[in-house]
Design a protein around this ligand. Structure first.
Ligand SMILES: Cc1cc2nc3c(=O)[nH]c(=O)nc-3n(C[C@H](O)[C@H](O)[C@H](O)COP(=O)(O)OP(=O)(O)OC[C@H]3O[C@@H](n4cnc5c(N)ncnc54)[C@H](O)[C@@H]3O)c2cc1C
Length: 575
């Protein structure tokens, strides 16, 4: 049995994991494990920008950014964490610039900024230019820049290692078990600290902007280890996915002046958000599109509307949105300079995740007790800076700011922490999971169960939710889980056995879907991205609180945790 020893293990090599590795490895022996080659992480697909109140184009303040974040998140945001994020966003963006990130520039050579949904000046008066960007390849540039810095600093990478288990002893994290994808061998990693930076879980849904690999592995691994997940009922639908494919068209297209039109050619957002219109937060725009479609005002009565860029200067489209122009041409055969683009809401971002404090330490209960040696950052974590709905550009800020803080904290922790002993047989659970999949007697395929799961979640736990449908979804999930027990793998080999890895991933999606739906059923209110048709109002008296979901003998058990409110009292949310 191969055992590798490090001071700290970071699982995931997206923006959060790499930023953490860069900090933690300054004084400690750190390894980064990633199921993907690092620069293929989903961070690389982020298009629109990273929000920071630099004030390069017009006056801006971090307090305004914080207000927008709190209001955008429908007041479920932990304000202490949001304050840290919006303050540190500014210095972190400059740090990225100094690492060599090629931002788009103003004529004077400053970092250029553009408007984005829900970002305003003077506490909601008008849109503000806050999103720093590198054309529509912002995430790509972040990932490449930080990866190069990690290489320069000599961070150890285990690429294409798929982590399947968290190891704990004496109540503390002490390592992970991973499958080496190329050989199928199991490896045990023994360490004083572990950080999860494994990204999102959008593959629960049929129409999604998320890469095939975003299956919530880190979240599900934590949940299986008996630790809670927070606020999983809040899943963001981005308004503009390419029709039927879900591939994202960045909100920057609307930031640059694009507008949405229904089947009658109307700019319908004027009715739903008179001040910010097409630049209202995503939850509102996705609901508005869904409502237009339901009321028969989709294009030709169908289930999509149009994103109209045809009134923009062709040069703006080509210079500032080159990649999305390419996508639209490649996938739809449409030139966005001349024709309108068919779009529909697409499952995009998990607001919920592994609960942490603002130092990225994983917490285990409603009193925010940290788990020694366990950290989480990025989309898999829930700090919570996004509350019930994330604003565009705030995920890249989140991964960079809290990846950096978590990396610093982990680096300090391992200097004095003792290495806990490994459990007696660290690979026993993983071997049992694998044996069941290889030796199963059933005839179910991973692909068929996943397809059914994604279609049903899209239908019953999407933009709008209602009790009867959520209950039905729980019954369906029970059926899908029992079908999963009869999965038998066709690929009997060890090398690059993607079917095995997809079986692990499907188990994660099933677990996370169950947590999502259970939380959604219990939350009898509408807040941010969670809209209950049977409870259309936000109910602060009963539900201004975070959900914590625990795995108790295979069933979801819910508890609740208070929200940190420091500067901004909950108000009615109008835009
Ligand atoms: C198309 C698209 C466009 C976006 N545009 C923007 C934008 O403009 N602005 C913005 O703020 N946000 C944007 N977002 C959201 C943002 O990009 C993501 O939330 C963020 O990049 C997530 O970063 P991360 O480091 O947490 O995870 P990721 O970048 O997803 O990385 C996850 C890492 O975990 C590893 N991993 C996962 N599971 C395992 C496992 N079992 N074992 C080992 N390794 C594992 C993967 O290999 C990968 O390295 C966009 C998202 C998408 C999908």
């Amino acid at each position: 049995m191969a055992v590798h020893q490090f001071d700290g293990i970071i699982v995931g090599a997206g923006g959060a994991g790499l930023m953490a590795a860069l900090q933690a490895s300054k004084g400690a022996k750190i390894a980064v494990l990633s199921k993907l080659y690092p620069t293929r992480s989903h961070t690389g697909t982020a298009q629109g920008g990273i929000g920071a109140a630099l004030g390069n184009m017009e006056p801006d303040k971090w307090e305004w950014h914080m207000f927008d974040t709190v209001k955008g998140g429908d007041y479920l945001v932990d304000q202490e964490a949001a304050e840290i994020m919006c303050r540190e966003a500014v210095e972190t963006v400059y740090e990225l610039e100094h690492m060599g990130l090629p931002f788009s520039r103003t004529p004077e050579g400053k970092i250029a900024q553009r408007p984005f949904g829900g970002h305003t000046k003077e506490f909601g008066k008008a849109p503000v230019k806050r999103a720093c960007y590198a054309a529509d390849r912002t995430g790509h540039m972040i990932l490449q820049t930080v990866y190069q810095q990690c290489i320069k600093q000599g961070v150890t990478f285990f690429n294409e290692f798929h982590v399947v288990e968290l190891l704990m002893s004496n109540g503390a994290a002490c390592g992970v078990v991973a499958v080496e994808i190329a050989t199928g061998e199991l490896h045990t990693f023994h360490s004083k600290a572990v950080m999860f930076a494994t990204g999102g879980s959008g593959r629960m849904y049929k129409i999604t902007s998320n890469a095939l690999t975003l299956t919530g592995d880190g979240m599900a691994t934590i949940y299986r280890a008996g630790l809670p997940l927070q606020d999983m009922e809040f899943f963001q639908f981005h308004p503009t996915g390419i029709y039927k494919m879900g591939i994202l068209i960045t909100e920057a297209a609307r930031g640059e002046g694009g507008i949405l039109r229904n089947g009658k050619g109307e700019r319908f957002m004027e009715r739903y958000a008179p001040t910010l219109k097409d630049l209202a937060p995503r939850d509102m725009v996705s609901r508005a599109i869904t409502m237009e479609i339901r009321e028969g005002r989709g294009i030709g009565g169908k289930d999509y509307v149009h994103l109209d860029l045809t009134h923009l200067d062709a040069k703006v489209i080509h210079d500032k949105l080159p990649d999305i122009t390419d996508f639209v041409e490649t996938y739809m055969g449409i030139d966005p300079v001349k024709e309108m683009v068919p779009i529909q809401p697409t499952a995009h971002y998990a607001m919920g995740g592994i609960p942490t404090n603002s130092s990225a330490q994983v917490i285990k209960d409603e009193k925010a007790t940290p788990v020694p040696g366990l950290y989480a950052a990025g989309e898999c974590a829930c700090v919570s800076v996004h509350g019930a709905n994330r604003l565009g550009t705030n995920s890249l800020v989140d991964i960079i700011v809290f990846g950096r803080r978590g990396g610093k904290g982990l680096g300090e922790f391992v200097k004095t922490a003792v290495l806990q002993p490994l459990p007696a047989d660290p690979q026993v659970k993983t071997k049992a999971r694998m044996a069941k999949l290889f030796d199963g007697s059933g005839s179910e395929s991973v692909e068929a169960i996943r397809r059914d799961l994604q279609a049903e979640m899209m239908d019953k736990a999407g933009v709008y939710r209602v009790e009867a449908e959520l209950k039905k979804m729980l019954e369906i999930l029970a059926g899908l889980k029992s079908r999963y027990q009869s999965v038998k793998l066709q690929d009997r080999g060890k090398k690059f056995n993607m079917e095995l890895l997809e079986a692990f991933e499907l188990e994660h999606l099933l677990q996370l879907s169950e947590v999502t739906v259970t939380g959604a059923l219990a939350r009898q209110e509408s807040r941010g991205a969670h809209t209950r048709e049977d409870f259309p109002k936000r109910d602060d008296a009963k539900f201004l609180k975070h959900t914590l979901a625990y795995n108790e003998g295979g069933k979801v058990a819910l508890r609740y945790k208070p929200v940190s409110i420091t500067r901004f009292q909950p108000q009615e949310r109008k835009y």
